[in-house]
Design a protein around this ligand. Structure first.
Ligand code: GDP
Ligand code: IMO
Ligand code: MG
Length: 431
């Protein structure tokens, strides 16, 4: 089991970036396999803070970093992010960075449509990141997308642009927007093409080669299982599958689904969510406020305040089940320091019935009432702890209770944003 797949087990922002960065030095390649620049992964290394959206977190340690075919790629966002990271001294070149040539592109009218729909939806909006993710995936499965490889064949774009404009111009007209400016689109693509093509290649082939040579591959998920388009809180989800199995289809890795290896689910010691949608353990009181302040819960991508609540063991247990999680990395334990009492949701009440799972319908999801178990908190600091022995007894009890309830072993505990402030219980790469 030489590979590790990192996925979020809640609604995103669990600390995937920190954990991937921590594991990256022991991996030979880091691969993004879904999502796009809706992701925001924060890495803290000493004084430096790196914020990544599209680039795999492995790039910071100089590990071979790959954007797989399952990602939707905005070429202009890529260019900006590469420039920003180079400005922070990160080396990015055709040796350590590759993009799948069959990756679908996010184009400017995808972002327009994302925004137009959200504005039109008013209170019913999804609260997307406004990056055009949904419309780009729609075009991919609608067989209209432009892909990275099209940038090498700009003279053959017309039939595809016909398909795109036939679809989008009708939608745009409905919003009172002018049709797509074809000439401008072609000119913009021509201008950015060489920049992207420098890194473009059949990455499935590259992965096959590194796999054969015995490489350890680290798959970096974005978002979280509760934002998965099948398993999440539909329709308040993102437009891709975020579960572990997607690592295989979203990268073209040889060996198929078994290649995902150790599935490391990342879970915050409490729960957060950005955007709309059900959230049973949400706390709209002082406690929620305190979690948000202590955890600095503001979105990396949009700066929006994240909604906060207690740890929901029902949701994480369900995420672990549908995503085949081998072990959990429990992050932000330090944020719970100093609470007199801490609570864990162990089940739901729905119209007089007790549920041990999260129902599929949005109305039921909105109506379930959490059933809590309360435990004593701890007054000591766990911040910066690097071994189990450094943790107060009550914090250990909390971790053990979480582990029991989610029916999945805890492999790592994270106690600060800093790379090295991580407690290793079971090494995901050692199997
Ligand atoms: P991601 O999207 O899953 O990579 O998570 P984000 O980077 O969006 O959000 C997680 C935030 O928590 C970032 O600001 C991290 O620096 C920070 N963080 C990660 N792990 C810990 C931890 O154990 N303790 C604290 N206090 N902060 C953490
Ligand atoms: P990382 O990788 C948290 C949420 C948005 C919105 C929904 C749909 O940092 O964990 P989209 O723009 O994808 O169509 O928005 O998904 N969302 C995230 N929430 N973390 C993320 O990424 C997210 N990416 C998308 O807030 O509710
Ligand atoms: Mg994030």
């Amino acid at each position: 089991m030489a590979n590790v797949t990192v996925i979020g087990s809640q609604w995103g922002d669990e600390g995937k970036g920190k954990i991937v960065d921590w594991l990256a030095s022991r991996a030979d390649a880091v691969v993004r396999f879904q999502g796009g620049h809706n992701a925001g992964h924060t890495l803290v290394v000493g004084e430096q803070v790196y914020k990544l959206s599209l680039l795999p977190s492995g790039i910071v340690t100089g590990t071979l970093s790959i954007i797989g075919n399952g990602v939707v790629l905005d070429p202009w966002a890529l260019k900006d992010e590469i420039a920003k990271l180079r400005g922070q001294g990160v080396e990015i070149n055709a040796e350590n960075f590759a993009i799948a040539d069959n990756c679908a592109l996010i184009l400017p009218f995808h972002r327009d449509l994302d925004g137009l729909r959200e504005t039109a939806a008013g209170a019913g909006k999804i609260g997307t990141t406004g990056r055009g993710i949904g419309p780009a995936y729609e075009d991919k499965v609608g067989r209209r997308a432009l892909r990275v490889c099209d940038l090498a064949h700009l003279d053959k774009l017309d039939p595809q642009i016909d398909r795109l404009t036939a679809h989008h111009d009708a939608l745009r007209a409905g919003f009172g927007e002018p049709p797509i400016d074809r000439e401008r689109l072609k000119a913009d693509l021509a201008e950015i093409a060489d920049f992207v093509l420098e890194y473009a290649q059949p990455v499935w082939k590259r992965l096959k080669k590194v796999r054969k040579a015995g490489a350890r591959i680290l798959f970096e998920g974005a978002q979280g299982v509760l934002l998965d388009v099948d398993h999440g809180t539909y329709p308040f989800v993102t437009s891709s599958n975020t579960v572990s199995g997607t690592a295989a289809s979203g990268s073209g890795l040889a060996l198929g689904p078994s290649a995902v290896g150790f599935v490391l689910g990342i879970a915050k010691a409490y729960t957060t969510r950005v955007g709309s949608g059900p959230f049973p353990t949400e706390l709209e009181d002082e406690t929620g406020q305190r979690l948000g302040e202590r955890g600095h819960e503001f979105g990396t991508v949009t700066g929006r305040k994240r909604r906060c609540g207690w740890f929901d063991a029902v949701l994480v247990r369900q995420s672990c089940a549908v995503s085949g999680v081998t072990g959990i990395a429990l992050t932000k334990l330090d944020v719970l320091d100093g609470f007199d009492k801490v609570r864990i949701c162990t089940g739901y009440r729905l119209r007089g019935k007790i549920l041990d799972y999260f129902p599929a319908h949005a109305a039921d999801q909105a109506e379930v009432e959490p059933i809590y178990e309360e435990m004593d908190g701890w007054s000591e600091s766990t911040a910066g702890a690097r071994s189990y022995a450094d943790l107060p007894a009550q914090a250990i009890k909390y971790i053990q209770r979480v582990q029991e309830l989610i029916e999945t072993p805890i492999a790592l505990v994270s106690t600060s944003p800093e790379r090295e402030d991580t407690i290793l219980i079971r090494d995901p790469f050692s199997d």
